[in-house]
Write a protein that binds this ligand. Structure first.
Ligand SMILES: Cc1cc2nc3c(=O)[nH]c(=O)nc-3n(C[C@H](O)[C@H](O)[C@H](O)COP(=O)(O)O)c2cc1C
Length: 201
C-alpha cells in the first residue's frame, strides 16, 4: 500500500515516527511530510537529530529504519509538484499523526497554505481516506467544531488517546496502541495489539 503521512507539531511525535517505522518495515511505500513545528517537537521529545532538508531527511530515515530507499519519499512544505498535491498522483490514504490544532483548523477551512494542508484538501475533495490524530487538552469549541466539520466531510478523527485495557508496561505500549488504531483504519494487518475479543475477554 502507498500512504501519505504528515507529522505536524502537536505533542506525540513518537506516534508519527513509530507509524512510519511500522509502515516501512512492512513494505508499504510512504510519502512523508514533516512540518517545521514538528521538527521542534521531535527535537524536544526524542533524542533524534533529524535534518530539515527533505532529501537529507529522506536519506537519514532510510538509514535509521534500514529499509529500501524506494519505500520512502520526503516532500518539502512548498513542493507543489509532489504527487500528493493532486488527485491524479496522491495515494488512496493520508494520515496526519500527530495533528496539531493549527493544521486541523487549516484543513477544516481548506486553507492549503502548505503541502500538508493541500494534500489533506486533495484527500477530502477526492473522497479518499483521511485520518487525523489530534493531540490537545482540553479541546476548545473551535477544535471540536473543526473536528466535527472534518468528520462530516468524511475525515476520521482518531485522537491520540491510548486505552489501558492491554495493561501497558512501557511507553512504547501506549504508542503502539494508537499506531495500531491507525493501521486498523488503513485496513493494514497489524500485530502490535490483539483485536478486541481475541485476548481481553
Ligand atoms: C514542544 C511543543 C509541543 C506542542 N504541543 C502541541 C500539542 O500538543 N497540540 C497542538 O495542537 N499544538 C502543539 N504545539 C504547538 C504547535 O506546534 C504550533 O501551533 C504550530 O504552529 C503547529 O504548526 P504545524 O501544524 O504546521 O505543525 C506544540 C509546540 C511545541 C514546540
Amino acid at each position: 500500500m502507498r500512504v501519505t503521512l504528515a507529522i505536524t507539531g502537536a505533542s506525540g511525535a513518537q506516534y508519527g515516527l513509530r507509524l512510519l517505522e511500522v509502515l516501512l518495515n512492512n513494505g508499504h511505500q510512504v510519502y512523508l511530510m514533516v512540518s517545521k513545528a514538528a521538527h521542534v517537537v521531535i527535537a524536544t521529545e526524542t533524542t533524534w537529530q533529524l535534518p530539515a532538508r527533505p532529501a537529507e531527511l529522506e536519506a537519514e530515515l532510510v538509514k535509521r529504519f534500514a529499509v529500501d530507499h524506494s519505500l520512502l519519499r520526503v516532500f518539502g512544505r512548498e513542493q507543489w509538484m509532489a504527487p500528493v498535491a493532486s488527485g491524479s498522483g496522491a495515494p488512496s490514504a493520508m494520515v496526519i499523526c500527530p495533528c496539531s490544532t493549527g493544521t486541523l483548523s487549516a484543513i477544516a477551512t481548506g486553507a492549503c497554505n502548505n503541502l500538508i494542508e493541500r494534500a489533506a484538501d486533495v484527500a477530502l475533495k477526492e473522497r479518499r481516506r483521511l485520518i487525523l490524530v489530534p493531540r490537545e487538552s482540553p479541546y476548545s469549541a473551535i477544535h471540536l467544531e473543526n473536528m466535527l466539520k472534518i468528520t462530516n466531510m468524511g475525515g476520521v478523527i482518531l485522537p491520540a488517546s491510548p486505552g489501558f485495557y492491554h495493561q501497558p508496561e512501557h511507553i512504547s505500549d501506549l504508542i503502539d496502541f494508537v499506531v495500531a488504531r491507525v493501521l486498523n483504519q488503513l485496513g493494514i494487518e497489524q500485530q502490535l495489539l490483539p483485536r478486541w475479543g481475541e485476548q481481553f475477554s
